[in-house]
Ligand binder design. Structure first.
Ligand code: SF4
Length: 463
């Protein structure tokens, strides 16, 4: 079973992904295609920018009164017959979910996509206690069978080719070897998952939005798996981070119009289900999780990233994500938003992530809730440097760069040297040096001839 127990070194992981250049190119194209669909969908909504403004305002307002809205939500959810649990961290969340299942003797759980349960590592926790956990979202089921984490929050198996999925299904679901037709594979998954859904003792879903004034939950999926998981078994457990609250029902359309278009370029997700309390004769347990979010709320520089609605648009547009793949981030949420969330919670563990960005600002341009992602990444770089979590070589290089850029004469001299030296360096050395820089390794020895060439007059050029 996979774990992210090691210290994440994004440059090395990205280099491993890029070593398979065919896959890297294909991944880049596939993810960019989704970004283009998002652009096309957004361009058809005349008030798109006004919607983004409204979403940002609602989120800012909600985060400024989060405690009050959470309490209002709890009161109204209890009045509808749900049971509400509060979890300080991942350990409490897992213990609560396990307690609910164990109390009722449930040994089979079906789950729809929930990044929060990925964050809390719920699957291995429950499996170690004898509970079978089946992810029912197709992409999630693929990565679960492959024993790897999702590589994207909306398209968990986007890094996998259909031939690889065909082989995986042949091994685990008994499909014919060599079958890679998506329609046939989806049909096989449908039969397999239907049986699991019918046999389950409980269904667990994530939560896209929790409406404070109603005490209701909203879950958006494209496959209808959450709806089956929440309605076939008598027990429904819904796990949500504290930031999923929206104050009023009239705020919902703003987010629903933005979410699907930003995520996949669809006008609306296929299933948008509103849960008002438990189904007749059933139970609904809502687990509200903090797990570091309050600390983030208290940090003025990083508060805005709590507004994220997990659409994945910043990943689809990010040139670094597209070319390095989601697994290279070593965190549940990859891409620009993951590069903020991960080091905010575990700075030493994820110190390379804020540097996994060109700071081009494309992520901030597409974000439906207007999170200023690239500026937050820059802030994090400062914070990590202050804590001396940036490698010494990089710190020295950046200091040198700051010094040179601060003096016009030095800057001109550096430009003059670069103009003379770089064109004369062997290309192989430049690539070697670039790779060494990226991986924080020693530079390859500079060829002696290049030093001599520095003082040689270029034919027809100035000294
Ligand atoms: S940060 Fe913005 S663009 Fe990225 S996933 Fe969150 S809401 Fe979507």
């Amino acid at each position: 079973m996979w774990r992210y127990a090691f210290r994440v070194d994004h440059p090395s992981s990205a280099a491993r992904f890029l070593a398979d250049s065919g896959r890297a190119h294909w991944h880049d194209q596939a993810v960019w295609w989704v970004r283009q669909k998002r652009d096309a969908a957004a361009s058809l909504v005349p008030d798109w920018e006004a919607l983004r403004d409204a979403a940002a305002r609602i989120k800012a307002h909600t985060l400024s009164r989060l405690a009050g809205y959470l309490e209002e939500f709890e009161r109204n959810a209890l009045a509808l017959g749900a049971r509400v649990h509060w979890a300080r961290d991942a350990a409490e969340h897992n213990a609560i979910v396990h307690g609910i299942l164990a109390e009722r003797g449930v040994t089979r759980l079906v789950k729809s996509k929930s990044m929060l349960t990925e964050e809390c590592r719920l699957n291995p926790y429950l499996e170690a206690r004898g509970i079978e956990v089946v992810d029912t979202d197709l992409g999630e089921r693929i990565v679960q069978l492959a024993e790897e984490p999702p590589s994207h929050i909306v398209m968990p198996a986007i890094h996998r080719k259909k031939e690889e999925i065909g082989e995986l299904f042949h091994v685990h679901l008994g499909t014919r070897r060599g079958v890679s037709d998506p329609a046939l594979l989806t049909e096989a998954a449908r039969h397999h998952l239907r049986a699991k859904l019918l046999a389950a003792g409980a269904g667990l879903t994530g939560v896209n939005f929790a409406v404070a004034e109603l005490g209701a939950l909203v879950v958006c999926t494209n496959e209808g798996n959450a709806d089956l998981g929440a309605s076939l078994p008598p027990l429904h457990i819904a796990c949500m981070g504290v930031e999923k609250i929206v104050p009023r029902a009239r705020d919902l359309p703003v987010f629903l119009r933005l979410l699907a278009r930003s995520a996949t370029g669809q006008p609306i997700t296929t299933y948008t289900t509103h849960y008002f309390g438990p189904q007749p004769g059933g139970e609904l347990h809502i687990v509200i999780v903090d797990n570091g979010r309050s600390a983030q709320l208290g940090d003025e520089r990083l508060r805005r990233s709590l507004a994220c609605i997990r659409c994945g648009a910043c990943m689809n547009t990010c040139p670094v994500f597209r070319r390095s793949g989601g697994h290279s981030y070593g965190y549940t949420v990859p891409g620009p938003i993951g590069s903020i969330l991960a080091p905010t919670r575990q700075p030493a563990h994820h110190a390379t992530l804020p540097f996994a960005s060109s700071l081009c600002g494309s992520c901030s341009d597409v974000c439906p809730v207007r999170i200023d992602l690239h500026h937050e990444l820059l802030e994090l770089r400062h914070a990590l440097a202050e804590k001396r979590l940036v490698p010494l070589g990089k710190r020295l290089a950046l200091r040198l760069a700051a010094f040179v850029l601060g003096w016009t004469g030095l800057y001109r001299l550096a430009g003059w040297l670069a103009r003379r030296l770089v064109p004369r360096l062997p290309r192989s050395w430049v690539y070697g040096a670039w790779n060494a820089w990226g991986r924080q390794r020693e530079l390859p020895p500079m060829p002696r001839a290049s030093f001599r060439a520095l003082y040689r007059r270029r034919p027809g050029g100035r000294a």
